[in-house]
Design a protein around this ligand. Structure first.
Ligand code: ADP
Ligand code: MG
Length: 479
């Protein structure tokens, strides 16, 4: 039987506020355990949570960017469950009335097809603490620094049909929250993670199959692998006559397999009820309109603009707008290169991305500035150096943090464009290779490449290749 995969994602993005969602404790990552949890985060009796206005503003920004409904009156609810890292015995979340209602997001797949994915809702909630199963004399420890950290949970419709689509969606949200500056997107530190809900059904069926939920996956690669593993597992179960159990499963990255964690709880197991300590959040039109004005140019709009303004392919524009920092770097480089857009794109995505990748650096840590890279592109464009020599110049720029012009002068790399000089190089080469010259003149025109190579070698790569070609043809053709 042919099966269809159905996936819905719940993404947790940590909001980039300085203090927690209901207390003044710091959200900074990596502090000594339990030094950033105050009485509110610890769930001491009688403590009153106070909502962080910045978290609300960030959630509204997200809603506006996904063209979603912004709920004018949303409500915090208690989600009751016991867990060692949740001292209150409940998590403050939103249930029936989330701050952000339905919206949509467009994803693009590798083959260029586009698809709309429904975003069901996005709600505010607090994170729990962390259980540390390190070696505490055989015991586990609890670190409550993360308790009360603001999260936005973004829930999708079950609209995705393959692991590739799920990853494209997750990447899209990742790019978006970073553009909006509402989340740092750091996946190693857990600031951006997802639960993948996966089911299968006979191809053509319109009913949903029973799903499993794969918890807390914090890399794009693992999301893809976990989903693919889980789909195969469910197919095996169904094809051998069994049925899929609705449950929460853990993805083991070392073994590349998923394992049952617990049976899936239903919403009514949590006994959600409105939190009596928190007022409903009422938003006014003016407030929302003021936030709308602060939205930056969003990734889709930027990509389209790059295609038009710089005449780039959809692919190049997509790569260059993957982050705001990269897009800004590119635009500053184009300006420095006096508008040489395509060649600049090649350099940013080729040589520069290559060295950043190799050294594990972000664009912000580039040792070559946009002004310097633009200066290099200009020298290729005005024929001072060839593209090949430019690579050598770029390496030196990276190592010595100097301008292209200083390196070209210091190393004497200026291209030879003087006709006389090129002619005498060519004469030398022709004289040194009488046999090949005879063959060429006898019709073996393929040999032109050989002659070009010899001349370039003699000039240490500095002769202008276009001129070498032209003069060679003239000299070899005549006689
Ligand atoms: P819960 O909050 O209990 O996890 P929800 O009904 O809110 O459950 O759904 C959570 C996520 O699971 C959503 O992203 C939704 O799209 C997805 N989902 C629901 N049913 C299925 C299914 N049968 N197959 C795949 N994904 C599903
Ligand atoms: Mg869930």
């Amino acid at each position: 039987m042919e099966w269809e995969t159905v996936i819905g994602l719940e993404i947790h993005a940590q909001l980039a506020t300085r203090s927690k969602i209901f207390s003044a404790a710091s959200t900074a990552y990596g502090a000594e355990a339990n030094t950033q949890a105050c009485a509110i985060d610890l769930g001491m009796p009688g403590m009153l949570p106070v909502l962080n206005a910045e978290a609300v503003r960030m959630a509204v920004k997200f809603g506006l960017a996904t063209k979603a409904e912004i709920t004018r009156r949303s409500v915090f609810a208690r989600k009751n469950y016991f867990y060692p890292d949740l001292p209150k015995g409940y998590q403050i979340s939103q249930f029936e009335l989330p701050i952000v209602g339905p919206g949509t997001l467009e994803i693009e797949l590798k083959d260029g097809t586009r698809k709309q994915v429904g975003v069901t809702r996005a709600h505010l909630e607090e994170d729990a603490g962390k259980s540390l199963h390190e070696d505490f004399h055989g015991m586990s420890g609890i670190d409550l620094n993360r308790a009360g950290t603001p999260l936005i949970e973004i829930v999708s419709e079950p609209d995705m049909r393959s692991a590739e689509e799920a990853v494209a969606y997750m990447k899209k949200i990742h790019t978006l929250v970073r553009y909006l500056e509402i989340c740092d997107g750091n996946m190693q530190e857990g600031s951006f993670r997802c639960d993948a809900n996966v089911s299968i059904r006979p191809m053509g069926s319109s009913e949903l199959g029973t799903r499993t939920e794969l918890k807390n996956i914090n890399s794009f690669r693992f999301v893809e692998r976990a989903i693919n593993y889980e789909v195969e597992r469910q197919i095996d179960v169904l094809e051998s006559g069994g049925s899929v159990t609705q449950e929460t499963r853990l993805y083991d990255t070392d073994k590349n397999e998923t394992r049952p964690m617990r049976s899936k709880e239903e919403a009514n197991d949590y006994r959600y009820f409105p939190d009596p300590d928190l007022l409903p959040v009422e938003l006014e039109e003016d407030y929302i309109a003021a936030i709308a004005k602060t939205l930056p140019e969003l990734p889709d709009a930027k990509r389209k603009r790059f295609q038009q303004e710089y005449d780039l392919s959809a692919y190049d524009a997509g790569v260059l707008t993957a982050s705001r920092e990269l897009a800004d770097f590119y635009e500053a480089t184009v300006t420095a290169a006096k508008g040489t857009a395509k060649l600049t794109a090649n350099w940013v995505m080729g040589e520069l991305a290559g060295v950043l990748n190799k050294q594990g650096l972000d664009i912000g840590a580039s040792r070559v500035s946009p002004e310097q890279l633009g200066g290099l592109v200009l020298r290729i464009e005005d024929n001072t150096i060839s593209g090949k020599i430019a690579k050598q110049v770029f390496e030196a720029m990276w190592a010595e943090q100097q301008d292209a012009d200083s390196i070209i002068e210091a190393q004497g790399l200026r291209q030879i464009t003087d006709t006389g000089a090129i002619e005498s190089l060519i004469d030398e080469v022709i004289e040194a290779h009488p046999k090949q010259t005879e063959q060429y003149r006898g019709g073996a025109e393929k040999l032109l490449g050989f002659f070009v190579g010899q001349v370039m070698k003699r000039s240490q790569g500095k002769a202008n290749p276009g001129m070498v070609n032209k003069v060679l043809r003239e000299k070899l053709g005549s006689s």
